[in-house]
Design a protein around this ligand. Structure first.
Ligand code: DC
Length: 222
């Protein structure tokens, strides 16, 4: 039986950095489910879909084939055969992903793929509903969070490194808070801590400290 580690939490808590590191240390596959919602989001953007039109979004979701491939341990996300890994890291794609992830047609299409990958492989999977809905039987569940201020500071640093100018940390913080609210209040599979998930607040922790905590929890379970 495969070993599944589920990491959920709000945007910018460090899920992907930590999940990637743990997966590489353990030789597990890292599954970034947010990338799949972003790829769907990109498809809706390309088709100029109306986020409030559930019928239209559901029909389009049927036409979007989102698949994952791994090259040297790195996840690549494909949308109808095209590698869109480089195109999904925009605020627009994140907002579209968040707005449309509330629809059942979008969620069920992606969660079936996620469940299959986790059944066939040892995985570290991160997202919003992994411990609650996708992998309720995961052997280890983590709810990774950090204060909005710390998450905004980290995002600000990342964008600075990418060379972006005219950054406004207050605006970044309010975008993060808006996405938290949207992800936590939707009706289907909202972001929340599973009863059996271990809470890790990374506000005042380094990446290595968070990784060490999760590694220790893993060692206790094998
Ligand atoms: O993790 P991320 O920021 O790349 O995710 C983008 C959006 O996708 C997020 O705001 C909500 C949605 N999402 C989701 O609903 N369920 C998941 N398991 C992962 C992401």
């Amino acid at each position: 039986m495969s070993f599944n580690i589920a990491i959920d939490g709000p945007a910018g808590a460090g899920k992907s950095t930590i999940a990637k590191k743990i997966a590489s240390e353990l030789g597990f596959i890292y599954v970034d489910t947010g990338a799949m919602y972003r790829a769907m989001g990109l498809f809706f953007l390309k088709n100029k879909a109306d986020v409030n039109n559930e019928r239209q979004i559901s029909d389009l979701a049927e036409k979007a084939e989102v698949t994952l491939k791994y090259e040297n341990g790195t996840q690549h996300v494909f949308l109808n055969g095209e590698d869109v890994s480089g195109l999904i890291r925009t605020q627009q794609a994140a907002d579209m992903a968040s707005a449309t992830s509330r629809y059942m047609a979008v969620r069920s299409r992606l969660t079936s793929t996620q469940k299959r990958i986790a059944a066939e492989n040892d995985v570290v999977m991160d997202g919003r509903d992994i411990g609650t809905a996708v992998l309720p039987h995961a052997q280890l569940k983590i709810y990774l969070t950090a204060s909005v201020e710390r998450r905004a500071e980290r995002r600000y640093g990342e964008l600075m490194m990418k060379g972006e100018k005219d950054l406004d940390i207050e605006q970044i913080a309010s975008e993060i808070a808006a996405r938290d609210h949207q992800d936590m209040t939707r009706k289907i599979a909202p972001l929340c801590r599973a009863e059996d998930a271990i809470l890790v607040d990374s506000s005042d922790m380094t990446i290595d400290e968070v990784t060490a905590v999760i590694r220790k929890l893993y060692e206790e379970r094998v």
